[in-house]
Design a protein around this ligand. Structure first.
Ligand code: M1P
Length: 251
């Protein structure tokens, strides 16, 4: 067991990123940074997000691999412990080129037929452990993101599209997760945030806390929040996360 420098090395605290450590897609505040620094002296800390590492670096800072004991990108498909990379799997190996082609063609056709007020670029982002599908495109600005999110809620764009994909590909064991503002993630069933727990389950932790803002059925924190291996904390904002941490760990 490493982490012997901590007051309580057998407690791990994992955090979702968007809406939990930072406002959606924005950067970490000084207050959150300091709170995590204080917490890290006491326990082992890590984050688990759906985004890839480059986006988490944008949000959590260039030194993210040094600032957290565990870094789990793409739900743990890309994983680091104490700055060192752990073994990972890939979405494309799992699904195979032929089925992925069918899926991508269906998605692009479906997107091309949607009536949307604006479109930007990068409609399918191909990641190591998943694909991310965005009707407006991942190059949307912050304002365009906010506008799209509102439009999506009014017109059920993403929920309808997920229903269409489920209907079209009932034989592929895929999970569709609407976790952010402008997109949804598509990954093999089981590769949700609980995937990261396999990296820590034999590490001797007695308690694993998880903090997330989408801890409701259908939200992308639900599976890990409700998993028997974690103590789940549902938060409403990064400020709420800080409040609970201060109470729980006497910071
Ligand atoms: O972390 C939540 C989600 O954040 C982004 O979503 P969006 O761009 O739609 O706001 C994406 O990185 C997504 O993969 C992730 O699940």
């Amino acid at each position: 067991m490493s982490f012997s420098n901590k007051e309580d090395p057998k407690t791990l605290v994992l955090f979702d990123v968007d809406g939990t450590l930072t406002p959606a897609r924005l950067t970490i505040s000084d207050e959150m940074r300091q709170t995590l620094k204080d917490l890290r002296k006491k326990v082992v800390i890590g984050f688990v997000g759906g985004s890839d590492l480059s986006k988490q670096v944008e949000q959590l800072g260039d030194t993210v691999l040094q600032d957290f004991d565990y870094c789990f990108s793409e739900n743990g498909l890309t994983a680091y412990k104490e700055g060192k990379k752990l073994a990972s799997q890939s979405f494309i190996n799992w699904i195979g080129e032929e089925k992925y082609n069918q899926l991508a063609k269906f998605i692009l056709r479906y997107l091309s037929e949607l009536d949307l007020p604006i479109r930007r670029g990068t409609f399918i982002e191909f990641r190591n452990g998943m694909i991310n599908v965005s009707p407006v495109g991942r190059n949307a600005s912050t304002q365009e993101r906010n506008d799209y999110e509102k439009f999506d809620k009014e017109h059920n764009i993403r929920t309808d599209m997920v229903a269409a994909l489920k209907k079209e590909f009932p034989d592929i064991a895929l999970t569709y997760s609407i976790g952010g503002q402008i997109s949804f993630d598509v990954f093999p069933t089981g590769w949700d945030k609980t995937y990261c727990l396999q990296h820590v389950q034999d590490e001797g932790f007695k308690t694993i806390h998880f903090f997330g803002d989408k801890a409701y059925q259908g939200g992308n924190d639900w599976e890990i929040y409700s998993d028997d291996r974690t103590v789940g904390h549902s938060v409403s904002s990064p400020e709420d996360t800080i409040r609970i941490l201060k109470e729980l760990f006497s910071l």
